[in-house]
Design a protein around this ligand. Structure first.
Ligand SMILES: [Zn+2]
Length: 299
């Protein structure tokens, strides 16, 4: 969450003028552009990442429980943009639902963006801090079924939702002009420029899976090497196949996509080394699938 806010803050402050009153309308336009793009990019990323995080939960050393919503309060936005945020997107001091992922259990139960959260399971939302929300929601989501209470206008509504276990590595947008994917071992960060330039969702899934593989395998903190990169590529195809992605198309579209590191170095395998590694991994996956063997991360 902190990374999301930082990303948004950087993007918003980078192009927002000083918060003088006469600039309010100019600022409104700028902020609405940034926010609309942020919502669009995040929605696409959530939709592509969700099947990967769900299908591979049992392979992930860190898991979390999920119903498919993100939440926000006005304090999540830069101070100089809070008045605009209130007017433009209706965010308030109370914790409310920012996004509901299509097809998620929250969407099926009827939770909507803008709903104000009042209770998660047995705990009332007594403060509007993200940390407190995470604590009580993760506690409530341990149950097979739990209740989410919201207020919507004058109504108080209780929803029965069914949380599910997913990989505990949130996949989020980072506003940056470089085309890059990254993991710090906690989150998977995909830059806005990468999302703009990689139009194919299956190719995007491969990039997310590669970073997810680094996080799952505990590569973060180790010296980056060619073999760790090739290992992450191999594992990425397994994660994708388990989530039902077309790995044939993934490798083909990856080959067509722009490659920042074409030639091998100490850290980066060349594009052709990566391609051969992908082809070998793909063949092993197809052979296992033919024999009806469950795909795991071991070679
Ligand atoms: Zn890598």
């Amino acid at each position: 969450v902190r990374a999301i806010l930082l990303a948004l803050m950087l993007a918003a402050t980078a192009c927002a003028p000083q918060a003088a009153t006469e600039d309010f309308f100019k600022q409104t336009v700028l902020f609405s552009d940034v926010l609309a793009e942020y919502q669009d990019l995040n929605t696409r990323l959530e939709n592509v990442a969700a099947p990967l995080l769900r299908a591979n939960a049992e392979l992930c050393p860190k898991t979390s429980r999920d119903i498919g919503i993100t939440v926000h309060t006005v304090s999540d936005y830069p101070v100089e943009l809070q008045a605009v945020a209130r007017a433009l997107i209706g965010v308030t001091d109370d914790m409310s639902v920012r996004t509901v992922r299509a097809g998620s259990n929250a969407a099926k139960a009827g939770v909507r963006p803008g709903d104000h959260i009042t209770r998660m399971g047995k705990s009332d939302l007594t403060t509007n801090s993200q940390a407190y929300y995470t604590e009580i929601s993760q506690d409530a989501f341990k149950a097979v079924e739990t209740e989410v209470q919201v207020s919507r206008g004058n109504e108080v509504i209780n929803f029965d939702v069914t949380p599910e276990t997913i990989c505990g590595y949130p996949v989020i947008v980072f506003f940056n002009e470089n085309m890059n994917g990254h993991t710090d071992g906690k989150d998977v960060l995909i830059t806005s420029e990468l999302l703009r330039r990689v139009a194919d969702d299956t190719n995007l899934a491969l990039i997310i899976s590669h970073e997810l593989a680094h996080a799952i395998a505990g590569h973060v903190g180790q010296t980056p090497t060619k073999s760790l990169e090739l290992e992450a590529d191999r594992m990425a195809l397994v994660l994708m196949a388990r989530a039902g992605f077309d790995i044939e198309h993934a490798v083909a579209s990856w080959k067509q996509a722009p490659h920042p590191y074409k030639h091998a170095s100490g850290l980066h395998p060349s594009t052709s080394e990566r391609y051969e590694n992908f082809m070998a991994a793909k063949a092993r996956i197809h052979a296992k699938q033919k024999r009806g063997v469950t795909l795991t991360l071991s070679p």
